[in-house]
Design a protein around this ligand. Structure first.
Ligand SMILES: [Zn+2]
Length: 352
């Protein structure tokens, strides 16, 4: 390995007991000037059982950083009501406003439970997990953004009442997930109620204020056990199918010629209960079909979700989409969308 490569590689995680000067006003893409790499802050509060906050696991998703900066600006001078473990993840990708750099692992696939073995980042994640485990956190919140227009929603790996209650403090939309493996929230669910919160698109329209309120509420809660009950008013959902265009086809959202031309407002369908017959876009010459892959934790093929009639694409059964985006690059990296259905608190699909 050359010196240059060594310098650009991810640093091991630092553990700091104080915020560096300028941290509370530092934008995500300049954090690297203050922090050498991934950093865990261990900040004391009146109640020693900490809240764990994780953010910037994806470098271009800055709502979590903005939210925690807002809370700390308000509360730090008078003292936190509860100790805080704050993990700031991929500062190197943040410096380039990228989710993950080409030479890196995805920081949200490296936590205990991951299928990846033998990598320094896996060891780093394990050491942070072990550090947190000794402190018995009262809750864990991992804060993200997504690329399309999505309402704020929480993702929980367990359907236990405290997990649902924690997620409900952020949004009434709650998605139960089992995969991918190696996420921060799945790992921390062995220690405490844990949720991943998705604050919509990064930037002005994001749901940063909801994240601020969630953090404030958790810092101020005396006992999570007694004061919160699982509420009735929730939309509990699970992904049953993942929709991808075939590899090597062209796609567009602005009407430009392509193999698939999706409607330009397609991301407005996210989290709406849409019915059979909803128009998604056009496919050239009827040559291609969208790939439908099994959803979360399912092994069997979910069956066909679309009809193709005279070059037009229509949904053929009711479903609730998520993660629809109008960014062709995001579709290529991930998928066109997830298709979800409602489930009950036992995890069983509700047919309407
Ligand atoms: Zn993310």
């Amino acid at each position: 390995m050359t010196d240059r490569l060594r310098q650009s590689a991810d640093q091991p995680c630092a553990i700091l007991r104080q915020l560096p000067e300028g941290f509370l006003d530092c934008p995500a893409d300049r954090l690297i000037q203050l922090l050498p790499g991934p950093t865990l802050f261990d900040l004391p509060g009146k109640d020693p059982r900490p809240l764990f906050i994780s953010t910037l696991l994806h470098g271009n998703e800055d709502s979590g950083l903005n939210a925690i900066q807002t809370v700390l600006k308000q509360q730090l001078s008078r003292g936190l009501n509860r100790s805080l473990l704050l993990f700031i993840g991929n500062v190197r990708a943040a410096a380039q406003q990228r989710r993950t750099l080409p030479d890196q692992l995805d920081y949200n696939r490296i936590w205990p439970g991951t299928k990846i073995i033998d990598h320094p980042l896996i060891d780093m994640a394990r050491s942070i997990y072990d550090y947190a485990a000794c402190r018995r956190p009262m809750a864990s919140i991992d804060i993200h953004n997504n690329t399309g227009f999505n309402p704020p929603y929480g993702c929980v790996p367990k359907l236990e009442p405290h997990f649902i209650a924690l997620a409900r403090m952020f949004s009434s939309y709650i998605v139960h997930f089992e995969r991918p493996f190696g996420t921060h929230t799945a790992a921390f669910s062995a220690l405490c109620p844990a949720v991943t919160v998705e604050c919509g698109k990064a930037g002005k329209e994001s749901a940063t204020q909801q994240a601020v309120r969630l953090i404030q509420s958790c810092l101020d809660l005396k006992a999570f056990d007694d004061e919160i009950r699982a509420p009735d008013q929730i939309d509990l959902l699970r992904t049953y199918a993942i929709v991808k265009p075939p590899r090597d086809v062209s796609i567009s959202f602005d009407g430009q010629r392509a193999d698939f031309i999706f409607r330009k407002d397609i991301d407005q369908l996210n989290f709406k209960e849409i019915q059979a017959g909803e128009f998604f876009g056009y496919v050239k010459n009827g040559l291609h079909k969208l790939e439908i892959l099994p959803g979360d934790g399912l092994d069997s093929a979910p069956g066909e979700y679309f009809d193709y009639i005279n070059g037009k694409i229509f949904l053929n059964k009711a479903a609730i989409p998520a993660m629809l985006t109008c960014d062709p690059e995001a579709v290529k990296l991930d998928c066109l969308c997830y298709l979800m259905h409602r489930i009950n608190l036992d995890g069983v699909r509700i047919y309407s």
